[in-house]
Design a protein around this ligand. Structure first.
Ligand code: 13P
Length: 258
């Protein structure tokens, strides 16, 4: 990352892993190492059921809390759903939206994800909007087209003055949980295209402030090269975020570049 106006962000997406008490153990280990550093934004995103117990562990530290999803209404008859207001009350600062697993398994559309992005911003939650192409789409040379559609759909109707807190995560679907990482050059190409698209949706200054994370089999072994790319501002980490050691190492690798 060459642009000093953006602070690296390393976010752990725990997905459907860790009970509340297992989450506390992991959060405790992370806080022991990272509580005082401020060079890098470190965020953990436990499942809903572990948010409250993890929030207590994070209290007073510089490690922040995020959720993995939410419903775009403040309250009401939406059985099984969780609102942005509820997440804020548990001291969440971030929320992952439009993850490819939700797009695939729960059929979330760009329009629905857009409602969530807007509702998150209204509740002062920073959305981490995930975009990314499937292997089939990449092989058909449709990567940039897919990303553009996901960005314009997911960010429709958001006022430019509200856009800076948004975080984008580029997660090529074929690289998630597969051990296959995009090469730093492949990732940079898409990140640069995302920033260009953000400049056209909002403006150049906002695009320069929005952090764009890479996600997909990112781990300590491949993070340094990825983070060296000018438009890669951090990572959204799955598997490697479930062990304190590798998550802490990823934050340390980013810190060394500050
Ligand atoms: P992995 O790091 O396990 O590939 O998962 C990436 C991801 O989906 C993060 O949201």
């Amino acid at each position: 990352m060459s642009n000093a106006i953006r602070k690296y962000l390393i976010a752990g997406n725990w997905k459907m892993n860790k009970t509340a008490s297992e989450g506390v153990d992991l959060a405790n280990e992370i806080v022991l190492s990272l509580a005082h550093q401020t060079d890098v934004s470190a965020v953990i995103c436990p499942p809903f059921t572990a948010l409250e117990s993890c929030a207590k562990v994070l209290e007073g530290s510089n490690v922040q809390l995020g959720a993995q999803n939410m419903y775009p209404k403040a309250e009401g008859a939406f059985t099984g759903e969780v609102s942005p207001v509820m997440l804020r009350s548990l001291f969440c600062n971030f929320v992952i939206l439009g993850h490819s697993e939700r797009r695939e398994y729960f059929k979330e559309s760009d329009a629905f994800i857009n409602e969530k992005v807007k509702a998150a911003l209204e509740s002062s939650l920073k959305p981490i909007l995930c975009v990314g192409e499937t292997l089939e789409e990449r092989e058909a040379d449709k990567t940039l087209e897919v990303i553009k559609t996901q960005l314009s759909g997911g960010l429709a109707g958001i006022d430019v003055e509200n856009a800076e807190p948004i975080v984008i995560a580029y997660e090529p679907v074929w690289a998630i949980g597969t051990g296959k990482t995009a090469t730093p050059e492949m990732a940079q190409e898409v990140h640069a295209a995302i920033r260009k698209e953000l400049a056209s949706i909002f403006n150049e200054s906002v695009a320069d402030h929005i952090r764009i994370l890479y996600g997909g089999s990112m781990k300590p072994e491949n993070a340094s090269e990825l983070l060296d790319q000018p438009d890669i501002d951090g990572g959204l980490i799955g598997g490697a975020a479930l062990k304190a050691k590798s998550f802490i190492e990823l934050v340390e690798i980013a810190r060394q570049k500050v």
